[in-house]
Design a protein around this ligand. Structure first.
Ligand code: GLN
Length: 489
C-alpha cells in the first residue's frame, strides 16, 4: 500500500506512529511540532487548553533534535515528540502558574524530575496546560485564567483538574501530555474527553517539581490517545529519584503491552458498590455489555465488595484539605509570586497577598484544612480519617487476593455543562466518587474510553494492585482492540 502523509494531519498521529514516521524520515520533528502549533493557533482560542504556548522554544528545540536524529539516529520513542505539560509541573525558565493568580508571574528556576527525564528522552514541550487552581477541582473552571472547554462539546467542561491536558490531547494540539492526579484529576478529565489517562502507583513517579496539593495523594501521570502512548510516557517518567524520598526503585519497569489477548487467564473483579444509584444507566449498560464480552472471551468475572467505599469521599475531603492547608502556606506573598506590599505590618502583607491571590475553592480548602488540623479537632477528624484510609486500603488488598484487576466506571456521568456545578461544591465533589478511593489506597488505575452516551465519551476505570501497571496496560490494550474491532465492523 502507498501512504502519503500530509503535514496537515501529523498532529493526528499517535506517539508510536509519529516515532515510526520519524524513523522512516517521512517527516521531521519540526514538521510534527509545527503541525501541533498550527492546531493550537486554529483551535485554542475556543478551547483554551493552554496557559502558555512555547512556540519559539518548541521550534528551536525541534531543529536541534532533528539534527541529533540526523547524526545519531532515533533511540527513544519520545525523541522529537511534541507534548503538553500541566501548569503545576515545573519547566526551568518557563512560567508555572498552577492556574493561580498568586503564581501568575512565577518562573521556575529548575526542572521537575519528570521534565528532566522527558528532556533527556528528546521530547519537546509545546506548552503548559490549564488546570483548576493548584489542581483543586473537577472541571477546570477554578482556574484564574478562565475555564477550558471540552473539545467534544464546547458547552461542557473537560473535567479537571488536568482539563487542559486532556483537552489538548483529544483536540490533537499535542501528541501526549502530563497531568497530576490527587483524587482523579488525570482519569476524570480523560473520561470526559475520551482519551487514555493513567494514575500510577504512589511512589512510581517522582513528585519533585510538582507543586504539591496533597502530598500523600498526588501523583504525576500520562494522558494519551492510545494505551501504547500512555505506556511510552510512563516508561519515560517513572523511577526512583533522590529528590523525592517517597519514590521507589525501578523494580517494575513499564513495557509497551504485547498484542496478546489476555482474557483467558484473567480474573476480573466488579465492585458492587460502584454500580449504584447515581451512575448514568447508559454508562452502566455499556459497561455491563463489555463485561459480558470479556466473559465470552474467557475472563472469569467475580462480583466483589469494597465495603468502605461509601466513606471514601468524606475521608478524602478531610485528609486532602489538611495537606492543602499545609502545602499552600508557602504562598505568603514573600517567598513566591504575587505580593501586596501594603498595610501596617508583615501580617497585612500575608493577609492581603493571600486574600487577593487565591481563588474561592483554594480558600475554602485552606480554611477547612486549617480547622481540621487545629488543636482539639485533629484527633476527631484527621486522625480518624487516617484510620478510615487504612480500612479502604485493606478492602482493596483483600479483593486483590482473589482478582487481577477491578473494572468500574471512571465517572458516574459524562461531561457536565460549564457553570452547572460551580456553585454547588458538594455536587462537584461527587464526580470523583469512583476515582478518590484509588488515591487514598495509593493504587494505580487507568481510564480507557470505551463508548459514548449521546455523543459524549466516558471511561472504564481499570484498577490494579500496587506496581501492576503492566498488567493494567495489557488489559487496557486488549479491551482497546476489542472496541476498535466493533467500530471497524
Ligand atoms: N477533583 C478532585 C479535587 O478537587 C481531585 C483533584 C485532583 O486529583 N488534583 O480534589
Amino acid at each position: 500500500m502507498f501512504y502519503v502523509i500530509c503535514p496537515m494531519i501529523l498532529n493526528n498521529l499517535t506517539i508510536l506512529e509519529a516515532h515510526q514516521g520519524l524513523k522512516k524520515k517521512e517527516f521531521s520533528s519540526e514538521d510534527l511540532v509545527r503541525a501541533c502549533l498550527n492546531e493550537i493557533k486554529e483551535k485554542d482560542s475556543k478551547i483554551h487548553s493552554f496557559i502558555t504556548v512555547l512556540e519559539k522554544e518548541a521550534i528551536e528545540r525541534a531543529k536541534i533534535i532533528d539534527k541529533q536524529i540526523a547524526s545519531s539516529g532515533l533511540n527513544n520513542f519520545l525523541t522529537g515528540i511534541p507534548l503538553a505539560i500541566k501548569d503545576n509541573i515545573l519547566i526551568q525558565d518557563v512560567r508555572a502558574t498552577a492556574g493561580s493568580k498568586i503564581l501568575s508571574e512565577y518562573y521556575s528556576p529548575y526542572d521537575a524530575t519528570v521534565i528532566k527525564k522527558l528532556k533527556d528522552a528528546g521530547a519537546i514541550f509545546v506548552g503548559k496546560t490549564n488546570l483548576d487552581e493548584f489542581a483543586m477541582g473537577s472541571s477546570t473552571e477554578n482556574s484564574f485564567f478562565g475555564p477550558t472547554k471540552n473539545p467534544r462539546d464546547l458547552q461542557r467542561v473537560p473535567g479537571g483538574s488536568s482539563g487542559g491536558s486532556a483537552a489538548a490531547v483529544t483536540a490533537k494540539m499535542c501528541l501526549g501530555a502530563l497531568g497530576s492526579d490527587t483524587g482523579g484529576s488525570i482519569r476524570q478529565p480523560s473520561s470526559f474527553c475520551g482519551v487514555v489517562g493513567l494514575k500510577p502507583t504512589y511512589g512510581k513517579v517522582s513528585r519533585y517539581g510538582l507543586m504539591a496539593m496533597a502530598s500523600s495523594l498526588d501523583q504525576i501521570g500520562p494522558i494519551g490517545n492510545s494505551v501504547d502512548d500512555v505506556a511510552i510516557l510512563l516508561d519515560a517518567i517513572e523511577g526512583k529519584d533522590n529528590f523525592d524520598s517517597t519514590s521507589v526503585k525501578d523494580a517494575f519497569k513499564t513495557k509497551i503491552p504485547s498484542n496478546d489477548n489476555i482474557f483467558k487467564k484473567l480474573r476480573v473483579g466488579i465492585p458492587k458498590e460502584y454500580f449504584v444509584k447515581g451512575l448514568d444507566p447508559q454508562i452502566k449498560k455499556n459497561i455491563d455489555q463489555l463485561i459480558k464480552k470479556l466473559e465470552d472471551g474467557g475472563a472469569e468475572i467475580k462480583e466483589v465488595s469494597l465495603p468502605h467505599t461509601k466513606e471514601a469521599l468524606a475521608c478524602y475531603y478531610i485528609i486532602m484539605p489538611a495537606e492543602v492547608s499545609a502545602n499552600l502556606s508557602r504562598y505568603d506573598g514573600i517567598r513566591y509570586g504575587y505580593s501586596i506590599q501594603e498595610g501596617k505590618n508583615l501580617l497585612d502583607v500575608y493577609l492581603n497577598s493571600r486574600t487577593q491571590g487565591f481563588g474561592d475553592e483554594s480558600k475554602r480548602r485552606i480554611i477547612l484544612g486549617t480547622y481540621i488540623l487545629s488543636k482539639g479537632y485533629y484527633e476527631d477528624y484527621y486522625l480518624k480519617a487516617q484510620k478510615v484510609r487504612t480500612l479502604i486500603k485493606n478492602d482493596f488488598q483483600k479483593v486483590f487476593e482473589k482478582v487481577d484487576c477491578l473494572l468500574t466506571p471512571t465517572t458516574p456521568t459524562t461531561a457536565f455543562k460549564i457553570g452547572e456545578k460551580i456553585d454547588d461544591p458538594l455536587n462537584m465533589y461527587l464526580s470523583d466518587i469512583y476515582t478518590v478511593p484509588v488515591n487514598l489506597a495509593g493504587l494505580p488505575a487507568l481510564s480507557l474510553p470505551i463508548g459514548e452516551v449521546e455523543k459524549l465519551p466516558f471511561g472504564l476505570q481499570i484498577i490494579g494492585n500496587y506496581f501492576e501497571e503492566n498488567k493494567i496496560l495489557e488489559i487496557a490494550k486488549t479491551i482497546e482492540k476489542l472496541i476498535s474491532k466493533q467500530v471497524d465492523k
